[in-house]
Unconditional design. Sequence first.
Length: 86
Amino acid sequence: MSTVVDTLSSFVSSLRYEDLPPEVVYQAKRLIIDTMGCALGGYASETSRIAHAIAQTVTSSNPATVIGSGLSTSPDLACYESEMTP
């Protein structure tokens, strides 16, 4: 019996860029650009500075880098800091 994970991974691994409708490609590009704009716009905010200070206190055996800073921290705090930008 196939699990949801098996079904999704099979779909994703067989999907090709050419299979995507133009509207999906357009929307994906728009959202990626919007996300990067929000991250850059909020990078110097007070909330972001607080999250950065917290992330600096943590080390990880499997670190992730906080976008735009070069700071290595735990993956969850790297994501948290990214989410804290307004």
